[in-house]
Design a protein around this ligand. Structure first.
Ligand code: SF4
Ligand code: MG
Length: 326
């Protein structure tokens, strides 16, 4: 059967003055209705670029799809006429960003901006659109929505602004919702509230949800599966419980070890040493080898393919077995 969304061998490049940066090097994954996939990685791993490619909002040029397919309900978004694709943004595929303040327009009331979805896509008049905006603001738990529908973005807290973004994103009942670092700018308590809200909405509307984050800590209770990205590739993919219990890739292991633990206050965190590679000068072999405690000679020459290592588990490491048992 068709998946709701299927990304198949996606390649994305950026032409820069210093050469071609390969932001995405053959990424494949699928998403089904009602499923939550977390895409995890450091900045520069390609997770946001993957989202932008799905949404069709890559800065082009210099962004350039080097190959692959992105199938939505079996139809390839990459070969579809731009006009058709644009019409899908909102009703079919929708996205929320990290920075609600810069995504919202400061000079229009929030209700006007939420209502725009209904005026533009459903041809609603102003007052009906405002009514829908109030309904959505209530749904995302903004207190006194009726009174605040005509307030401006700066009159809301960061958490409330993110709720407004979520209201806009779900306005047209999308089948796929992509959230790119939706809670990064918020404090920890608000982060948890926003994550819970996303989970609730996902269940209510049976959406496919893609959560993009650098923080393994925030997705534990929300995601079904996790795909870990490093240097433009998926390096591990598994059910969330398996990732937490026993990571199979050294990079995932490093990410897990750097999650702050509430039960071990004051404990120094072991972050992964070193930096991700430059996309212009990728190391030979496994891109993670300069930072990897498990690396051996073969890692410097041979790129490990993403391979099945168990039921619903894949890892791209020459020594997955060893890592699993370490
Ligand atoms: Fe480390 Fe080698 Fe595995 Fe890459 S292939 S993650 S360098 S052990
Ligand atoms: Mg990003």
């Amino acid at each position: 059967a068709d998946h709701l969304l299927e990304v198949d061998d996606l390649h994305v490049e950026f032409r820069t003055r210093d050469g071609v940066a390969k932001a995405i090097n053959g990424v494949s994954f699928s998403l089904d209705e009602g499923e939550t996939l977390a895409i995890l990685g450091e900045s520069g791993s390609g997770k946001s670029v993957t989202a932008q490619a799905i949404m069709g909002i890559l800065d082009m040029p210099p962004g350039h799809i080097g190959g692959g397919r992105i199938l939505f309900q079996g139809r390839d978004l990459l070969t579809m006429p731009e006009k058709e694709r644009r019409a899908m943004r909102g009703p079919d595929v929708s996205m929320i960003f990290q920075d609600a303040l810069s995504s919202l327009n400061p000079v229009f009331p929030v209700g006007w901006q939420i209502g725009e979805m209904f005026r533009k896509h459903r041809g609603m008049n102003r007052s009906d659109a405002y009514e829908q905006a109030v309904r959505l603001m209530e749904r995302v738990n903004i207190p006194a929505a009726k009174e605040r529908v005509k307030a401006y973005p700066h009159q809301f807290s960061g958490g409330m602004r993110q709720r407004i973004m979520i209201a806009m994103a779900i306005a047209l009942d999308p089948k796929v919702l992509i959230a790119d670092e939706p809670t990064t700018a918020l404090d920890v308590t608000v982060q948890a509230q926003i994550m819970n809200l996303l989970k609730e909405l996902q269940e209510e509307f049976h959406m496919g949800l893609i959560l993009i984050t650098h923080d393994l800590g925030v997705v534990a209770d929300v995601a079904d599966r996790i795909a870990v990205m490093y240097a433009g590739r998926i390096v591990e993919r598994a059910d969330v419980g398996d990732i937490y219990a026993r990571p199979a890739h050294p990079y995932t292991r490093g990410l897990l070890e750097s999650i702050p633990r509430l039960d071990q206050k004051g404990q120094t965190l072991s972050a992964i040493g070193g930096l991700p590679p430059s996309l212009l000068a990728m190391p030979d072999g496994c891109a993670f080898h300069p930072r990897c405690a498990f690396a051996r000679d073969v890692c410097r020459s041979e790129i490990p393919p993403l391979e099945q290592i168990g039921p619903r588990r894949e890892s791209a490491c020459h020594f997955s077995e060893e890592v699993l048992n370490a």
